[in-house]
Design a protein around this ligand. Structure first.
Ligand SMILES: [Fe+2]
Ligand SMILES: [Fe+2]
Length: 205
């Protein structure tokens, strides 16, 4: 429906309106998180030189399935033709990004692959993603409430505000990995592959 013109501001505005109608049905605390992430997304878009409207569209829709139950996510995934892997069955929450991307493509009329990829991989990041997806990823992670709950995110926010999205994404994955190891949780393989793809490790601050 948006062939050839899917990145035009008017088209994106329309898509954001469609996504916002769905967001308005989500729990208040989730809506508030989405709002905070969108605010940070605008700041980071200017810093990283990416299209703030496309970032805003991705952030508006990134958590559409965040409040769904495990059963609902597994059932929706199966209905959408996703065969849940062992990790998805163990942590169905990992499906909330992929399901949101499917909703945005099918119901939201979004054809912009970078926006859909950013939504799909906003939890773990993934190899091969660029600055738009990184902006979405980082805005979701360094919104003020999350930084308050996890003080180590301040270092990630500082790196992001310094303008190097690769450094900031690597630092996030590295520090989350350390946190998960302390908790005895296996880090997600996509995050590990993304970390390797982004290059050199960050020297711990
Ligand atoms: Fe999320
Ligand atoms: Fe989020």
């Amino acid at each position: 429906m948006n062939a050839g013109n899917s990145r035009a501001p008017g088209v994106i505005d329309e898509q954001i309106t469609r996504v916002e109608a769905r967001v308005s049905e989500l729990p208040d605390r989730l809506q508030a998180h989405i709002e905070r992430a969108r605010t940070i997304g605008r700041e980071l878009s200017a810093i990283f030189g990416v299209d703030s409207l496309r970032v805003d569209l991705a952030l508006a829709g990134h958590d559409l399935y965040r409040a769904a139950s495990d059963e609902e996510m597994l059932e929706t995934a199966t209905r959408r033709g996703i065969v849940p892997g062992a990790l998805d069955l163990e942590q169905p929450l990992m499906l909330h990004g992929p399901l949101a991307a499917i909703w945005m493509a099918d119901e939201g009329g979004v054809a912009d692959k970078e926006v859909l990829d950013a939504v799909q991989h906003h939890t773990t990041f993934a190899p091969g993603l660029g600055p738009l997806a990184a902006t979405v990823f980082l805005a979701d992670k360094i919104e003020p409430d999350k930084v308050e709950r996890r003080p180590w995110l301040t270092a990630v926010a500082d790196l992001a505000h310094g303008g190097d999205w690769k450094d900031a994404v690597r630092a996030y994955i590295e520090r989350l990995d350390a946190e998960l190891k302390r908790q005895g949780v296996t880090p997600h393989p996509l995050a590990m592959r993304a970390f390797d793809a982004l290059g050199k490790p960050v020297v711990d601050a």
